[in-house]
Design a protein around this ligand. Structure first.
Ligand code: ATP
Ligand code: MG
Length: 357
């Protein structure tokens, strides 16, 4: 799977481009007006470092080449100073620019590789979750298929009647189309989650993503006699996010809540509440609240650590991946115990206004 390297919002990269030009020109002027003995050109390394944060590989090489060219031009334009020291200083500056460019690009490509590895891990975790949900998803698809068979039989009967009841048959066919669409919609959702697609952020409404995740977990919730309540705020501003990844986070939290409630036996009501709300002026918040075993105070600081699990078959990566996804979106995720038993896990994501700030 290929992931895209980190790309800055256009406004930020334009701002950094301006900073680069101003900085480079400043250094060029200072380097030219000062004597040859003064190695101002060495400060071009700062320009290269800013470029690494702003541009991709080609852009950084271009900036670095421009800095080297400016160093050479400045050497010839500088009217005062000893040419020999000037030459040595310029060579040192050229070497510093070259080495900085090389090292900075190596670090950047290591970051891209780490990003790719994280995306692959997230994909594997998604497939694992889908694997755990196989029986529930099969049940979810089976329902419309069974309804199609029933409507098909009815349709056959209406057409075989004397005289044939075309209107009733037409209604049966309409129901069949609706159910077929429902089945294909569920399969589409599974395929979207299973596909190893590169991350793609779009402006989306979190409420729809909550619904997307719940469609896949619906049967699992019902199997465990859990009552799920969704309380979403209607006025949520859109969020710049990757639909599949945020859906994966919600699914992880919902699966944890189901597992926590499945683990407790007794009379405690099995309530799962998923809610969305604004969080201040610049963020939206999703909260998943359960009445399960609750969070052990000793384990609480570790639940977002990779491979921390208290479950027999757990991998301990659900929350670790969720945290890296949410932080990658500029948000925050946390967990806290509920006063009357159970756990609350919530995350925030910045809204359009925060993104533009
Ligand atoms: N809703 C919850 N209630 C109680 N404990 C929880 C809850 N959510 C997470 N935990 C605790 O945090 C641990 C880590 O959760 P995480 O989702 O990362 O891994 P896991 O569920 O154990 O395994 P998997 O990788 O399959 O998700 C869990 O093992 C559990 O102890
Ligand atoms: Mg989990």
């Amino acid at each position: 799977m290929k992931t895209e390297p980190r790309v800055l919002p256009r406004a930020s990269s334009t701002f950094l481009a301006i900073v680069i030009v101003v900085l480079a020109l400043g250094i060029f002027i200072a380097d030219t007006v000062t004597e040859l003995e003064v190695a101002v050109a060495v400060f071009y390394v700062a320009v290269v470092l800013v470029a690494v944060g702003a541009f991709q590989r080609r852009g950084v090489i271009l900036v670095s080449a421009a800095c080297m060219a400016l160093t050479v031009i400045s050497y010839f334009l500088t009217p005062t100073g000893a040419p020999k020291s000037g030459l040595i200083n310029s060579l040192i500056s050229l070497a510093a620019i070259g080495v900085t460019t090389y090292l900075a690009m190596k670090i950047a490509s290591a970051e891209v590789a780490a990003h790719e590895a994280r995306a692959q891990l997230a994909h594997i975790a998604r497939i694992t979750t889908l694997g755990e949900l196989t029986a529930s998803i099969a049940h979810e698809v089976n329902q419309p298929l069974a309804a199609i068979v029933t409507s098909g039989n009815a349709c056959q009967r209406w057409l075989g009647a004397e005289p044939p009841n075309v209107e009733k048959a037409r209604q049966a066919v309409e129901r069949m189309i609706g159910d077929a669409n429902r089945a294909s919609d569920i399969i589409g959702r599974v395929r979207r989650l299973a596909r190893p697609a590169p991350p793609r952020k779009e402006w989306l409404n979190l409420n729809e993503t909550i619904q997307d995740a719940l469609v896949l977990a619906r049967s699992e919730i019902a199997t465990h006699d859990i009552t799920a309540r969704v309380t979403v705020a209607d006025d949520l501003p859109p969020v710049l996010m990757d639909r599949v990844l945020v859906q994966q986070v919600i699914l992880n939290l919902v699966m944890n809540a189901i597992e926590a409630m499945a683990a407790v036996r007794g009379r405690r009501p099995r309530d799962l509440v998923i809610s969305s709300a604004r969080d201040g002026a610049q963020a939206v918040r999703v909260t998943v609240r359960d009445r399960g075993a609750g969070l052990d105070p000793a384990g609480l600081p570790h639940i977002f650590d990779a491979f921390y699990t208290t479950k027999k078959d757990g991998m301990g990566i659900g929350l670790a991946i969720s945290r890296s996804i949410i932080e990658d979106h500029g948000g925050r995720i946390w967990a806290e115990p509920q006063a009357d038993g159970g756990a609350v896990v919530a995350f925030t994501l910045p809204t359009s206004r925060a993104e533009m700030a």
